[in-house]
Design a protein around this ligand. Structure first.
Ligand code: PLP
Length: 315
């Protein structure tokens, strides 16, 4: 990951230089994690950079904000334009985009009453999230000693800053023990998700994943993969997943904006299938990148192209 080539950040209504995109230490969001965010990928296509499922990401951003009572002082179209402007001004052909809304500085009571809502959009190049080669060779994961919090404790379908402390503990523990990623179980011992990914299992040629009846973020990549897998003719089932499903799985893979589609080849030393990327995962991966690159006409409605000659270039 590298921030060096990112020159511009959209902040509270206008683009500012990277170094000027700062926040005061008294911001409520810094103290209590009171913010919501998104991660969106922008892909290179023949018609220039295109954001993958930007509308769905903004839909989830506004939903997460509503859950936490944050009133975003911009319309979806304004934030869409802001995202496009950041990508274009930075002259990225592909990148990761991070819109974030958080309570700013006014008071530090836990109730953020009166705190202003600040909004920023960053973008930077971000390659393979779980390491180079992970998407081909697959990754080794561990079942985390940290459980995923229950949806009665925090709204698991919302993407909020403070909620990621749970993920951070799990990711740090996994890395300290030499694994690429952590798999979190819920309080009933069922599989929830990775620290930043949804999980799919392939069994008897069927593609299986869990849903919001379990404490997961409803991933936009997850939704895309369900549609792509059905388009490829696979049967997709949504139900509870447990550790026995991993033991019996022919293939396992993660989905997420950061990891895209990444095979899981080993869980705590036990190989999944042959311990290599399986054929179903490979077909779904290929279909995913056909869609993100605009090469599959059935899914071009998922792409929002960044204008080559944006209006702001003349300002
Ligand atoms: C906890 C968690 N689960 C799942 C996902 C996958 O969601 P998406 O595909 O929308 O990026 C993410 C990433 O945003 C995540 O942080």
């Amino acid at each position: 990951m590298s921030f060096e080539s990112a020159k511009w950040v959209w902040m509270n209504g206008a683009c500012v230089r990277w170094d000027e995109a700062t926040v005061h230490v008294s911001a409520h969001g810094l103290h209590y994690g009171s913010g919501v965010f998104e991660g969106v990928r922008c892909y290179e296509t023949e018609e220039g950079p295109a954001l993958f499922r930007l509308d769905a990401h903004l839909e989830r951003l506004y939903y997460s904000a509503e859950v936490y009572g944050l009133e975003i002082p911009y319309t979806r179209e304004e934030l869409s334009e802001a995202v496009c402007e950041v990508v274009a001004r930075n002259e990225f052909r592909s990148c990761y985009v991070r819109p974030i809304c958080f309570y700013g500085s006014r008071s530090l009571g836990v109730n953020p009453r009166g705190c202003p809502v600040e909004v920023a959009v960053m973008a930077w190049p971000w390659g393979a999230y779980l390491g180079a080669g992970g998407q081909d060779a697959g990754v080794r994961v561990t079942v985390s000693p940290w459980l995923k919090f229950d949806s009665r404790m925090m709204p698991t379908t919302a993407k909020a800053c403070g909620q990621y402390l749970n993920s951070m503990l799990a990711a740090r523990d996994a890395a300290s023990r030499g694994f690429a990623e952590a798999l979190l179980l819920d309080a009933e011992g069922r599989i929830a998700e990775g620290s930043g990914e949804n999980l799919f299992v392939v069994k008897d040629g069927r593609v299986v994943t869990n849903d919001e009846r379990h404490p997961i973020l409803l991933g936009i990549t997850r939704d895309a993969v369900i549609q792509l897998a059905r388009g490829l003719g696979f049967e997709v089932e949504t139900r509870a997943l447990d550790l026995e499903d991993l033991r019996a799985a022919e293939e396992v893979f993660f989905t997420g904006t950061a990891v895209e589609v990444t095979p899981v080849v080993e869980v705590d030393g036990a190989l999944i299938g042959e311990g290599a990327r399986g054929p179903v995962t490979e077909r779904i991966q290929r279909a995913f990148f056909e869609a993100t690159s605009g090469r599959d006409p059935r899914y071009t409605h998922w792409l929002r192209h960044v204008a080559a000659q944006p209006a702001w270039s003349t300002v």
